[in-house]
Write a new protein. Sequence first.
Length: 327
Amino acid sequence: MNNQLRPMTLGEILDRTAELYRAHFVLFAGISAIFALAMLAVELLYLRSLYILGYPNMMSHWQWGTASAAVIESLVVLLLAGLSIAAINRAVAWVYLDKPATIRAAAKSVLPRLRTYLWLMTVTAFRAWAPFAAVYIAFFAVALTVLPHNFMSDPMAAQTAAQHNPQAALAAGIGMLSLAPFFVLALVYAVWMSLRYSLAVPACVVENLPASGAIKRSIELSLGSRGRIFVLALLVYAVRMLLGIIFGFPLIALAVKHPGQPLPLGWMVVQQIGAFFTSALIGPIYSAGLTLFYYDQRIRKEGFDIEWMMQAAGLAPQTMLPATDPV
């Protein structure tokens, strides 16, 4: 791929991402499937815990424990997704510089620096999404003023709560409307900060940087290209949503047919299996695109294409290249 070491437009990066994905589908989908399978196992364990607790008629004193377990489960899934991104970044870096790449080598490459990757993802996620989470908790707290204590175990109770206490419902509505501007601002802030940190994982993977160094590196490299990265994220999100609708159509139809009724656990398992295929198929696209943006920004800002040609010719020391070759 050495002939691609030049600045690229957004359209060229998107085309090159699609080309990479088609040409190395087994490699990227295989890497993504490893971590998606781990995510599926976590999701199924969570559903199993709901079954043990008597879903959908869980006892009231288990409701908050179940909610806490759902939060922990979501965090574990996010970290697994982050590790998948790191492994795919490594594979794309190898392919980009014409190095051999395998599924096994890419998956194993995250192990030596596992703590660094997890810490990097935790820090960037907290910095970007902490305000949004705070507003979300405030929304939830306001909802508790109108919803009954058993709303998590009895969906119909939530629907009739407003009828039983209209004054509380009005107060909750006013509170939520008051929080709406903060919700929007927190969401905008989260997206902007995520774009600033979007190249942190590729920088950490390729340059073997610590978490703090990767964050600073991402802020510098992403400057001037955050709008293009946002377009990539939107396109990938749209494709993911489309696949989610396709795989989840039976569940959507069931929910429409039986409004207010909890979904059967068997159907929820089917939903998670659909999410597994979605993650395995779509996950590599965004990761590959980010890695191409990382190299494109280095070419634009640092002349990486010239540096790489000199290194290939033996005229310069090898610096800031993928440190781990596949074995």
